[in-house]
Design a protein around this ligand. Structure first.
Ligand code: NAP
Ligand code: G4F
Length: 391
């Protein structure tokens, strides 16, 4: 006799991973067919489980939102630090019941820790987003970058392979358009050769090929998303778009006078991070694992972004930008422009936000942030007592 269970049934909620060992699932839309020792015994409407490394980062926070909105139970890998790094997630922690979003300490440097965690959580889908993601920094910290961005991928793939011996699991690797380097092709797609030009890009190329190899050697459901630059109000403040929009807000509010920048001529294919995490999810819903370029298909210079951002608050960028050679790179990529035809045709994915809309969204958010900071700076301070001898 076949039976049907729902996620909220006490019997399902009480299942421990060990008890689940004897069960196996096969996906059929939202339902899972439930097998016990190889025999089909029913269907279970369990929430799908995802593990996201890099959940505290820009993409991790948007992906967690998306997965929670689709009913997933989301597990996130978080690096231990003396101060919380959860600012991009705090709204989710408040909104979401504890069983839906669970955070675990872990580090991409710690292979056995990753394997234990993956075997313990038994995720259906793993999104490997964690990385030392700053290209300029990778020139100063090449060995660390390679450890996390190259060997870290291998550690995650090994952990995933161990789990795949017991149950089906799908793996997403956050690959990057940086891998194309100074390409000879005007538009870069899945068959464009890689010509990496930074320690970061070299590490990402390694992670890309290991992901393909695990797919081919072990039959793992593993995909590379080759994502072009994507930004948002949650972008780290040392990446050029956010550095500019933070400066625009502060300059407009009189909190900062100038902004120091490097190469203004480089061109990037900039999209909105919120659109791009949807492409990641779509990749893992395919029948057959493949690699996909995700891009807008347009390219703009840093100068173009400056024009738009300063114009939004009624200022002329040339009055505020100064050149600083510290922000140049030993090797630069001049132009990136992606061709996401494959993602459009296979995944039904298209970008929903234009370059202009992205700049406006980021400036508006950072202008508001600067106004809030100004207000806070002018408010009387409470809670600290002046020391008797503090002149
Ligand atoms: P991000 O904001 O810099 O986030 C990186 C995440 O990785 C953070 O959560 C960070 O944790 C975590 N992390 C760093 N080192 C770690 C380690 N040793 N162990 C565990 N976690 C670690 O990057 P993003 O923009 O969201 O990008 C996500 C991924 O996509 C990265 O792999 C990046 O290389 C790749 N990518 C990004 C773009 C883009 O334009 N954004 C384009 C192509 C590919 P902390 O919060 O503790 O720092
Ligand atoms: O914002 P960026 O630092 O991004 P970059 O180097 O393109 O890398 C980002 O996108 C990659 C995808 O292609 C990701 F894989 C990677 O993780 C990261 O998210 O720099 C963009 C351009 C560069 O040409 C840089 O030289 O802006 C130029 N730039 C000019 N002045 C600057 C500055 N970049 C930074 N970060 N800071 C500056 O002052």
């Amino acid at each position: 006799m076949l039976f049907s269970l729902r996620a909220e049934d006490p019997a399902v909620r009480k299942w421990t991973p060990r008890r689940r060992d004897r069960f196996d699932f096969k996906h059929e839309n939202q339902n899972r067919l439930l097998f016990f020792r190889g025999q089909k015994v029913g269907t279970v409407d369990l929430p799908r489980r995802a593990l996201v490394t890099g959940i505290t980062g820009q993409d991790g926070s948007y992906l967690a939102e998306l997965l929670l909105s689709k009913g997933y139970q989301v597990h996130g890998l978080v690096r231990r630090s003396s101060l919380s790094s959860q600012s991009r997630l705090s709204h989710l922690c408040h909104q979401t019941r504890e069983e839906r979003l669970k955070l675990h300490y872990g580090d991409l440097a710690d292979g056995s820790g990753l394997t234990n965690l993956v075997l313990d959580i038994e995720p259906d889908e793993i999104y490997n987003l964690a990385a030392q993601s700053h290209v300029r920094t990778s020139f100063d910290k090449p060995v660390y970058t390679v450890d996390i961005d190259a060997l870290g991928v291998l550690r995650m793939l090994e952990a995933t392979r161990q789990l795949s011996k017991h149950r089906p699991v799908r793996f997403y690797q956050a690959s990057s358009s940086e891998m194309f380097g100074n390409s000879k092709e005007a538009l870069q797609n899945e068959s464009t050769p890689f010509r990496p030009r930074s320690p970061y890009a070299c590490a990402k190329v390694y992670g890309f090929h290991q992901t393909v190899n695990y797919r081919e050697a072990y039959g793992l459901f593993a995909c590379n998303g080759i994502l072009f630059n994507h930004e948002s109000p949650r972008r780290g403040e040392t990446f050029v778009t956010r550095k500019i929009t933070r400066a625009v807000g502060k300059i407009r509010e009189g909190l900062q006078k100038t902004v120091l920048l490097g190469n203004l001529d480089s061109r990037r294919d900039w999209g909105f991070a919120g659109d791009y995490v949807d492409a990641m999810w779509r990749m893992l819903q395919q029948e057959i694992p493949e690699d996909f370029v995700v891009a807008t298909g347009t390219t703009h210079s840093v100068r173009d972004f400056l024009e738009l951002a300063f114009h939004r608050v009624g200022l002329n960028w040339q009055d505020y930008v100064e050149h600083d050679p510290r922000f140049l790179r030993p090797t630069e990529i001049d132009v990136l422009q992606g061709d996401a035809t494959h993602a459009r045709q296979k995944l039904g994915w298209t970008p929903g936000t234009s370059f202009e809309q992205l700049a406006v969204m980021m400036v508006d958010a950072d202008w508001k942030l600067a106004r809030d900071e100004k207000f806070l700076a002018s408010a009387p301070r409470f809670g600290t007592q002046k020391m008797e001898n503090d002149f």
